[in-house]
Design a protein around this ligand. Structure first.
Ligand code: OAD
Length: 244
């Protein structure tokens, strides 16, 4: 399954598109491309530092909790690919999580110096220095996220593609406009998965799914979880009865 910003909306994390979305007040070209960072790292870091502070005050909501519970119950047959960089799936305790667009809570050396690991965790809020520096070469560090125009990490792509061989592929809280993430559900469907979208609004990708459930993720997933619990209970009850 794949999630997008809508899953964190009920936690108070702004989505990207739509009236109150981040991209209605900020420009991608100024803040979320390598060119923007090369031009003005201070500005880009101010925006990421603000997002880190905002998210640090948010908590996982019912949608994150249900998905985390499913991941624990169904692992290793459950993979959650998220486009979100907010870390709320991790904080809910999700297993088998693939962070397609990286994490707000990781940094990397802007120059990719030989001594630094590809990414390292930095969860201090507020950051000790802004812009933060690579601890190895003291050059600039950058947010450990994928910016527009950048490729997806090959290992992340591989893990995501492996997860597409499944019976059911859920697409939750995403506008489905940003590729390659948006193409994953199509590929899963081609491979035979039943694809289900959960979103309060009809999306442009909507007619490509087998089923669209209209509603907020935190409500729809809560109801689905209750239905699954009921059906698991009754099927374990009937197994018990038939063996008597
Ligand atoms: P968007 O902001 O494009 O879409 C959020 C979706 O969530 C919309 O379709 C909303 O209708 C839906 N939504 C809102 N509230 C919801 C709720 N309570 N439950 C379920 N859905 C809800 O965000 P993404 O699709 O995640 O990339 O955006 C994809 C990528 O574009 C992001 O990862 C980011 C962004 O620019 C990069 O920065 C590379």
């Amino acid at each position: 399954m794949i999630t997008g910003a809508g899953v964190s909306a009920a936690s108070g994390v702004p989505t990207f598109r739509g009236e109150d979305g981040l991209w209605s007040s900020f420009r991608v070209e100024d803040l979320a491309t390598p060119e923007a960072f090369a031009r003005d790292p201070d500005l880009v870091w101010k925006w990421y530092a603000w997002r880190r502070e905002l998210v640090s005050a948010c908590k996982p909501n019912r949608a994150h909790e249900v998905l985390a519970a499913w991941s624990r119950r169904r692992a290793p047959r459950f993979t959650l690919i998220t486009q979100n960089v907010d870390g709320l799936h991790e904080r809910a305790g999700t297993r088998n999580l693939v962070r397609f667009h990286g994490s707000l809570w990781e940094l990397q050396c802007w120059k990719g110096c030989a001594k630094s690991p590809p990414r390292w965790r930095e969860e201090t809020v507020p950051l000790r220095e802004l812009p933060p520096r690579c601890p190895h070469c003291r050059g600039l560090a950058r947010p450990g996220v994928v910016w527009f125009g950048e490729p997806i990490d090959p290992a992340v792509l591989e893990a995501s593609l492996a997860a597409l061989d499944c019976d059911v592929f859920l697409v939750v809280g995403t506008s489905g406009l940003v590729y390659p993430a948006a193409g994953l559900a199509d590929e899963a469907r081609l491979r035979g998965a039943f694809t289900v979208e959960i979103n309060p609004e009809p999306t442009e990708a909507g007619d490509r799914f087998d089923l669209s459930i209209q509603g907020p993720a935190e409500e729809v997933l809560d109801r689905l979880d209750a239905r699954l619990a009921d059906s698991e209970e009754s099927s374990s009850g009937s197994r018990f009865n038939s063996s008597q």
